[in-house]
Design a protein around this ligand. Structure first.
Ligand code: DAH
Length: 341
């Protein structure tokens, strides 16, 4: 028995210390120390020993068991630290390496133009207001003095939500004039940029959704001279000092008198070129003095207060400023296009 234990000691300890895998090490533990293991097998013979021999053998067996256990623990520790080392090596990360460059976007060219315009108006004491794109026909048309029979009310021109024609996608930002007059106390100086919708087919100059900027001033003693002076100033800030404008008579139901403002082509100085389509002038906006009917409909006495308003297309302005020749480019979000600005 003693020899058997010596043999087991000799073979087991070395095998354990040579073992290179945690699973196999566990298998070795079972093989040597398990219920059906080799040491147990040897101890079964204890019954055949004399009472004098037994304690010495028992002691030897216990010593062997604890030596094997110690060898297993030692190897286990070595294996797990080796594993950890390998894991650390394979997952090594050099934190001093430069990172992957992050692709940063930038502001859309149209919003550059909008921000520029907002800055100009805020600098003159105007407030920026926002309002609904889903609008009541009452605000989009009726309160703006747009008659029942007006072509812009037509089903073929406007996106209606209901059969009765009461709710629609606003076709212009002008209903913001009414919202402002109904909600704000006087005097009012505001601009209202936003999306508007019309049943237009998409082409190089049309889109069923586009942007307008509405502007309005209501106060005592406001005249057409204020309108011209303010808009001239804005145009000079956008297109440079000395930019020439002209105001042509026009008709809008919600302003009286009404006009359209053109700027002399900043490209050719009025001689005629592709930018102004040979005209020498570029139409920039519609404007006028707020109609007395619109004022009184909003509870403002037209004998005491007067005001001016304008509306302009934002895309067209951006296209002029950045020499963009197709409206669709503004909405397609093609990175190759956007990265040029
Ligand atoms: N809403 C008009 C349009 O979409 C533009 C316009 C003209 C706005 C005259 C105004 C204005 O405020 O006074 O064509």
């Amino acid at each position: 028995m003693k020899q058997q234990m010596q043999a087991l000691r000799a073979s087991s300890i070395q095998t354990i210390l040579d073992c290179d895998n945690a699973e196999r090490l566990e298998a070795l533990r079972v093989k040597y120390l398990g219920k059906k293991g080799e040491l147990t097998g040897i101890l079964r013979q204890m019954g055949g020993l004399s009472a004098e021999e037994r304690p010495a053998m028992g002691q030897l067996a216990n010593q062997l068991r604890s030596d094997i256990e110690a060898a297993i623990e030692k190897r286990k520790g070595e294996l797990s630290s080796a594993m950890m080392e390998q894991k650390l090596k394979s997952e090594a990360l050099d934190v001093t390496l430069p990172g992957e460059p992050v692709h940063l976007g930038h502001k859309h060219p149209m919003y550059n133009v909008l921000d520029q315009i907002k800055d100009i108006f805020v600098g003159m004491g105007f407030e920026i207001v926002d309002g609904p794109e889903v609008e009541l026909a009452e605000y989009n048309f009726t309160k703006l003095n747009i008659d029942e029979g007006h072509p812009s009310r037509d089903w073929t021109d406007t996106f209606y939500f209901s059969e009765d024609g009461k709710i629609l996608l606003r076709t212009q930002t002008s209903p913001m004039q009414v919202h402002a007059m109904e909600q704000k106390s006087l005097p009012i100086r505001m601009i209202a940029p936003g999306r508007v919708y019309r049943k237009d087919e998409v082409d190089a100059t049309h889109s069923p959704m586009f942007h307008q900027i509405e502007g309005m001033v209501i106060d005592k003693g406001i005249t057409m001279a204020d309108l011209k002076a303010t808009l001239n100033l804005v145009v000079e800030k956008i297109y440079g000092e000395g930019t020439v404008t002209r105001f042509r008579p026009h008709h809008f139901p919600f302003t009286e008198p009404s006009c359209e403002m053109d700027i002399q082509c900043h490209k050719c100085g009025g001689k005629g070129c592709p930018t102004c389509k040979g005209e020498g002038w570029i139409e920039v906006l519609g404007a006028g003095m707020v109609h007395p009917k619109v004022l009184s409909g909003c509870g403002i006495d037209p004998d005491v207060y007067s005001g001016w308003a304008f509306g302009m297309g934002l895309e067209r302005l951006a296209m002029g400023e950045y020499k963009i020749n197709d409206l669709r480019l503004i909405f397609e979000n093609d990175i190759r296009f956007l990265e040029q600005f």
